[in-house]
Design a protein around this ligand. Sequence first.
Ligand code: PDD
Length: 277
Amino acid sequence: MNGRYLPHRDAGVHIEDRGYQFADGVYEVCEIRHGMIVDLSRHLDRLDRSLSEIRISSPMSRAALVGVIREVARRNRVNNGLFYLQVTRGEARRDHVFPAADTAPSLVITAKSTDPKIIAAKNTNGIKAITVADNRWDRVDIKTVGLLPNVLARQAAKESGAQEAIYVDTRGMVTEGAATNVWIVDREGNLVTRPAEHGILRGITRTTLKDVAQSLSIPVVEREFSREEMLASREVFITAATSICFPVVEIDGITIGNGHPGTFAEKIRTAFFDIAE
Ligand code: PDD
């Protein structure tokens, strides 16, 4: 945290941190698998983009950041898990406009182990989702910590006995999950996902999955699809660094395909770590 390694319980940000007051910051979540950080350069490229879109300067060089991330994972003995990295515009007396140019951004990096049994159970059984109206702002391409709509959507999913909320825009087209990208297998056997140009975060897992599909000669089509097409599709799955590729077997109480995880999701998951860097 801001240049120091601290025990988790002692790491606190100032009450006037702009992340705390305004959600004025960006973040990344990245998977650690068998001690390797999956797709690290793509995540750090996206971090640089998010920072530059909201005009926060980089807290440290790429090489230094990679060193710190590895050290945090090592100190927490995380072999399989996630790291979380957050940069905010720093501490300043509350004022909506940017603070003085010499205000240092705040950097926090944490790492935690994940339970492979929980992930395996989701892959074997599939998950349930609900759809919700996409009520987020227009710049969902920036991975900002302003996640209140996502929090409310995930909570609504939980309260309906589901694990993910899938956003649908005002035209009835699927955008993405509260913390995942959404894929369907269409009638022709194509993997379909919404183009990243508008309405979604350009997920790193989504990008790598396109390489994986290509290596398996599975056609990928980037086009919009509606809630109705999704409900009638052969297979639905969601992707994120935290879940790689979870099959979705029920949406809004409607069974997807035959109600069991599909073969595409499994094939892709199996090949994923051969391709991811
Ligand atoms: N969320 N869309 C949204 C809105 C997300 O928050 C995420 C990731 C994704 C998938 O992106 P990636 O493949 O790069 O993880 C798509 C992270 C995991 C989170 O908020 O915990």
